[in-house]
Structures are given as C-alpha cells and as structure tokens.
Write a protein that binds this ligand. Structure first.
Ligand SMILES: Nc1ncnc2c1ncn2[C@@H]1O[C@H](COP(=O)(O)OP(=O)(O)OP(=O)(O)O)[C@@H](O)[C@H]1O
Ligand SMILES: [Mg+2]
Length: 168
C-alpha cells in the first residue's frame, strides 16, 4: 500500500479486496460530497478488457444500497442510480463508452443534465467520450497482476484530492 498527496496505490489480491476498496472509496466520495445540494465528482476508470472496472463500479454502487440491481451499461452507454448520500438525493451515473462511435452521441444522452446536482459519475472507456465528456476529478487505473489487480488512483482537482485524503 502506498499513498502520497494525490496518489493511492493498492494491490487488490482478489475480488474481496476489490469490494473492500470500493466500499472505502464509496464512503470517501460520500464524505466529500458532504451536504451541498450541487456537488459532483467525475471518476474515470481505465484498464484493459476484464481488468475489473465494472466489478469495482458495481461494488461501489451496491455499497450505498445492497438491494440495487446494477446493470451493465455496455449497450445503453449509461445507467443511473438514485442513492441516499445524506440530505439531498444523489445519483450515481455508471458509463461504459466502449461502444460509443462518435463522442457527439453523448449529446443525445442529454449528458449535460447528468453532470448537474449531486452526482458521482463513474466512466469506463472515457477516452471514447473525449472531448465531450467532462474532465476527471479522479482517474483509476486497473492492471492485471498475477491473479489479482494493481490499482492506481490519482486526483486531478481539489475535490479529487479531498477524496484521496478521506481514503485514510
Ligand atoms: N481484484 C481482483 N482480483 C481478481 N479478479 C478480479 C478482481 N477484481 C475483479 N475481478 C474479476 O475480473 C472480471 C472482469 O471484471 P469486469 O467485468 O469488471 O472488467 P471490466 O474492466 O469492466 O472489462 P470491460 O472493459 O470488458 O468492461 C470479473 O469476473 C471479476 O470477478
Ligand atoms: Mg466493464
């Protein structure tokens, strides 16, 4: 485990380790979103096919509500979940842009409306959404390492930095 001002590194030896990291990240995101009505955090998830981006996203969403059925956004491009993060309603938007041919298609998803209010956006294959997709506060990289995964999480904004500070 390594941690510096804006970087968190973890070896996630199995799926259970990924679930516990997702739970800690969910808690940190909740604390940083705080009580403000308008506050959002954009998290890009990078990594090869099967690196565990969807697995981490599902565990994160379900740590807010274990009853939520988390669907794959592969064909719909985005699935949104209403979650209870304190005073105001909040949304988690889970994107998978792998099949996006043209970033302009994001306009049809009324993407601007999704990046308003209280939200967490988790974005798989964010490079496919450039330059329409909003910039990342946090970028997570997942890489195969033996039977597990290496995770690097880096903050790029002040709010992203706060999340790193809340990850103990
Ligand atoms: N830390 C881990 N150690 C071992 N296996 C893991 C770990 N985290 C996730 N996995 C496994 O990796 C598999 C693939 O994960 P997932 O579908 O999340 O990949 P992905 O990065 O979303 O791929 P894609 O780019 O195709 O969407 C899952 O079956 C999951 O069980
Ligand atoms: Mg996926």
């Amino acid at each position: 485990m390594t941690q510096s001002a804006n970087l968190v590194q973890r070896f996630l030896e199995d799926e259970g380790a990924s679930v516990s990291f997702a739970q800690k990240l969910a808690q940190a995101l909740k604390e940083v979103l705080g009580c403000e009505k308008e506050n959002g955090i954009v998290v890009y998830l990078n990594g090869d096919l099967g690196a565990g981006k969807s697995f981490l996203s599902r565990a994160l969403i379900q740590s807010y509500d274990s009853r939520l059925k988390v669907k794959s956004p592969t064909y719909t491009l985005v699935e949104s979940y209403e979650v209870n993060l304190g005073l105001w309603p909040a949304q988690v938007h889970h994107f998978d842009l792998y099949r996006l041919c043209d970033p302009e298609e994001l306009e049809f998803l009324a993407i601007r409306d999704l990046f308003q209010g209280r939200y967490i956006a988790l974005v798989e294959w964010p490079e496919k959404g450039q330059p329409v997709l909003p910039a990342a506060d946090i970028i997570i990289d997942l890489q195969y390492q033996e039977a597990g995964r290496n995770l690097n999480l880096r903050a790029y904004t002040v709010i992203g930095q706060e999340v790193v500070e809340h990850l103990e």
